[in-house]
Design a protein around this ligand. Structure first.
Ligand code: FAD
Length: 809
């Protein structure tokens, strides 16, 4: 055997063992075997064996390895790792990881993804969607709500309460509906297509708030008292965390409670005096019960030895003395009930703490745990529902509205934003389905919920801007017939609430993901914080060497995938999606490697290097969004007609992954390592491009033509063809127009003229008189013309009507 061959085999073995993530002992044994073979052929001599022994023995003998390698590294790790605050620790501990962990770890199991059950509605849930949800959609007039009365009408409020819209999460034994997360999402999607005030009003009590907190943590007495009253709408809840001084940094709330004795309802009780100043609180102006977060202090040690108990949540009836509540904020012309509240030394018994006195100081943990569920439902569903309705309406408008004698949707410039709207609508629905499906499987997916909240609200905002551009002046002039402007105005609200998006992208997605999803970091951190030194060393040693093997493996996998274009990777399908799985696995390996290298190079500074962690979070997010899209395609039976939507969405995600990695490497603080990273990840350059024009053209066609794919895209939206439903009416006009086009072409042919597609009613009369068309066809042209005129019309007002108080008076 030649030395060159031996070296080649040694390198291949090293690469293979790291690729398959072999253990240290398997690697040592295989290498020893190879060394023995080398000795047989006189290639390996005594010096090589000695060198091998010097490296391999300490690594494989636990005591030596721990003493000389792991122990000093543990000491260094303890020194450089910043102390985690309790609030940070509780945020990290909250919730669970799910498929996000697979994506983070560099080797996603695609079969597992496709084996997760597809969420389904129960008969009761479907009946609710077909019954009360349809009914309330028909009752709400969004212009009246937003412009005239700045609230839902009293009839709508009554209907919502009577039909338990505020009790979707409350268990049946308390009189609630006990719906799945998937069903809640479908309800919100439908409502939001009609009115964002309606969807927010229903969404909030079902999201993070007293109902959720009581069910999870309330005492039996609290549950028995409040839950039936919340279910029936007798009590209206709100939840107040944010204060003027503490928005994103919610753990820094200055609001406080002091434990003391006092009189409540005539009796001497141990209680707390609460003082708060909160703002932006949804439903506060009409709430009867206020969920309040504050910092509890026990200066006289009446409850325990601890004086600062920490963030605590309590339920406070809003009619107590000392409470100011009722004033309203005016969030961007979307006048759902939202406002400030203050309390000055309001005395309440300790039993008002959610979960009772034993839960004093547990408030932050309660909140972050509930948020890991709620954040995946309300805002993502409102965004997905909004964009689905927008996609259908904009597709219809693009076909109906003509300029330069052709539908504007045939123009290439319009096809581009149309494709973005269509592709995003498909993806967003897929993400809400997969994320709520995870919740229904028992997960509390904190990282996924942050991804869904951030990306879906961002996509909603960019898509509604696309839709506005396509509609031109029709989108801009407000009035009862403008179906876009309120969505456009409201989009930044969703971006801001439940963790403002810049913060969510910069800190939460990767910050939580890195620690929660990483196979070793959490264990290393736990070991570093363990006061039992022996156990700490054992745990750290185990995690550290696992971590080193994991990193080496991701480096070798990343390089191999880049060099081979990932063509040799297996994929669960051999059709036109197979390449997507290969590329996603490649980017997943890149993410795992980049994440470890960033942690290694930046250490604790990574927390402050927000633009690095934001880009790592972007890669994780795009992998998740693409996975959800592919899952939807598979769950819906891999219908080839839907493929352009899948193609656009997944190729957009892949391009965004590449872009995020490219930017990360360009801006990596250590230039030498950045060069090495580029060599490993992009040795042949960046190859992927955005979805192509052909795909965009196909999607634009799909959105403008009544067909099964289009119907699936808008599935579950309120499209009932009654006179008040703008979206239903648009669907009807689209159908009438598409049927009329054939009749119109027949008339043009017969008359041998290229006519303008206007005044179809006059044309119908002429063509009927010349026996070119039948009476039924003429009737259709007349109807289509009426619809067309309605679609292109914009609202106008008497100038007095627009002054601030005229509409209400
Ligand atoms: C309409 C509406 C309804 C609301 N409903 C409720 C409710 O029912 N209950 C409740 O308690 N609260 C509610 N909120 C409050 C909401 O959650 C906060 O507005 C939000 O947390 C942001 O706080 P802030 O507005 O004070 O912004 P700030 O905290 O001042 O943030 C300003 C900007 O700085 C960014 N930022 C902050 N920290 C970082 C960081 N570390 N890295 C990068 N960027 C950062 C933010 O992303 C944001 O872009 C509501 C708000 C609104 C507007």
């Amino acid at each position: 055997m030649d030395i060159i061959i031996w070296l080649f085999v040694a390198i291949s073995l090293t690469w293979f063992m790291s690729y398959v993530r072999a253990s240290l002992s398997s690697y040592t044994f295989s290498f020893a075997g190879l060394m023995a073979l080398g000795s047989l052929f006189d290639i390996i001599g005594i010096v090589s064996w000695l060198l091998f022994a010097v490296i391999a023995l300490p690594l494989n003998i636990d005591n030596i390895r721990q003493q000389f390698i792991s122990m000093p590294l543990l000491a260094l790790f303890k020194k450089i790792m910043p102390k985690m605050s309790t609030t940070e620790q509780e945020a990290i501990d909250a919730g669970t990881t799910w498929f996000d962990a697979d994506l983070f770890r560099g080797d996603p199991d695609w079969k597992k993804l496709h084996n997760y059950p597809r969420p389904r509605l129960s008969t009761q849930e479907q009946a609710f969607l077909d019954g009360p949800v349809e009914e309330v959609c028909a009752m709400v007039n969004d212009w009246h709500t937003t412009h005239v009365i700045a609230d839902l009408s009293p009839e709508v409020w009554r209907f919502l309460k009577d039909n338990k819209f505020f009790a979707m999460i409350i268990k049946k034994k308390y009189g609630g509906l006990e719906f799945s997360a998937f069903a809640q999402s479908r309800v919100l999607q439908k409502l939001t297509g009609v009115s964002s005030v309606l969807a927010s009003t229903v969404g909030v009590p079902n999201s993070l708030g007293p109902g959720e907190l009581l069910q999870e943590y309330g005492t039996k007495e609290q549950q028995d008292h409040y839950l039936p009253r919340l279910a029936s709408g007798e009590e209206i809840p709100c939840f107040a965390l944010t204060s003027p001084e503490a928005g994103s940094d919610a753990g820094a709330i200055p609001d406080y409670g002091i434990i003391c004795h006092g009189k409540f309802e005539g009796k001497d009780v141990l209680g707390m005096k609460l003082t708060w100043d909160k703002r932006y609180i949804t439903l506060a102006p009409i709430a009867t019960v206020l969920g309040l977060a504050f910092k509890l202090q026990d200066p006289d040690k009446l409850l325990s030895e601890q004086q600062d108990l920490g963030i605590t949540c309590a339920l406070i009836p809003t009619n107590l003395d000392g409470i100011t509540i009722g004033r309203r904020h005016f969030p961007l012309n979307i006048p759902f009930q939202n406002g400030p509240t203050q309390g000055n030394e309001v005395f309440v018994p300790l039993e008002f703490i959610i979960g009772g006195a034993k839960m004093a100081g547990q408030g932050w943990r309660m909140l972050v745990e509930c948020l890991s569920v709620g954040r995946a439902i309300t805002l993502p569903s409102n965004s997905a529902g909004g964009i689905k309705a927008t996609a259908l309406a904009t597709g219809a408008y693009s076909r109906i509205r003509r300029q330069f004698k052709i539908p504007i949707g045939q123009m290439e410039g319009i096809e581009e934003p149309l494709a973005r709207i269509g592709g995003n609508a498909y993806l967003m629905d897929a993400v809400t389905t997969m994320s709520t499906g995870a919740i229904d499987l028992g997960e509390k997916p904190s990282v996924i919920s942050a991804i869904a909240k951030y990306h879906l609200t961002e996509k909603m905002r960019s898509s509604i801007i696309d839709a506005m551009d396509i509609h031109g002046g029709k989108g801009i002039c407000m009035g009862p017939n403008n179906y876009l402007a309120r969505g456009y105005q409201g989009a930044p609200i969703a971006v801001t609430v439940e963790g403002a998006n810049i913060l969510t992208r910069s800190m939460i997605i990767y910050g939580q993901g890195a620690i929660r999803c990483h196979p070793y970091v959490l264990a290393e951190l736990a070991a570093a914080n363990n006061s039992d030194n022996e156990q700490a060393l054992n745990d750290f040693d185990h995690a550290l060497f696992g971590h080193i093997g994991f990193t080496i493996s991701n480096i070798s996998r990343s390089f191999w995938f880049s060099l081979t274009g990932s063509h040799f990777l297996s994929s669960p399908f051999s059709d036109n999606t197979h390449r997507y799985y290969q590329l996603l696995t490649r980017f997943s390996a890149n993410l795992a490697m980049l994440s470890d290298v960033s942690m290694l190079v930046l250490g604790a500074d990574l927390k402050r290097k927000e633009r690095i962690s934001a880009r790592l979070g972007d890669v994780l997010s795009q992998l998740y969004l693409a996975s959800a899209t592919l899952k939807r395609y598979n769950d819906e039976g891999r219908k080839s007609a839907d493929f352009p939507l899948v193609q656009w969405a997944v190729e957009d995600c892949l391009y965004n992954c590449q872009h995020a990695i490219d930017e990360l490497i360009n801006n990596f603080p250590n230039t030498a390592i950045a060069k090495l990273l580029r060599l490993i990840i992009f040795p042949l350059g960046t190859k992927l491009s955005r979805p192509c024009d052909k795909t965009a053209h196909k999607i634009a066609q799909l959105l403008q033509t009544p067909c099964a794919t289009r119907t699936r895209l808008g599935h579950g939206q309120y499209l009932t063809r009654d006179g008040n439903n703008i979206f239903g009416k648009l669907e009807q006009v689209l159908e009438d127009i598409t049927h009329s086009e054939a009749i119109f072409d027949k008339i043009c042919n017969d008359l041998d003229k290229k006519l303008a597609f206007t005044q179809l009613d006059n044309l119908a009369e002429l063509a009927l008189s010349k026996h070119i068309i039948s009476t039924a066809e003429a009737d259709l042209l007349v109807t289509a013309e009426k619809g067309r005129q309605w679609v292109i019309a914009v609202d106008d007002f008497d100038s007095l009507e627009l002054t601030a108080y005229s509409s209400a008076s």
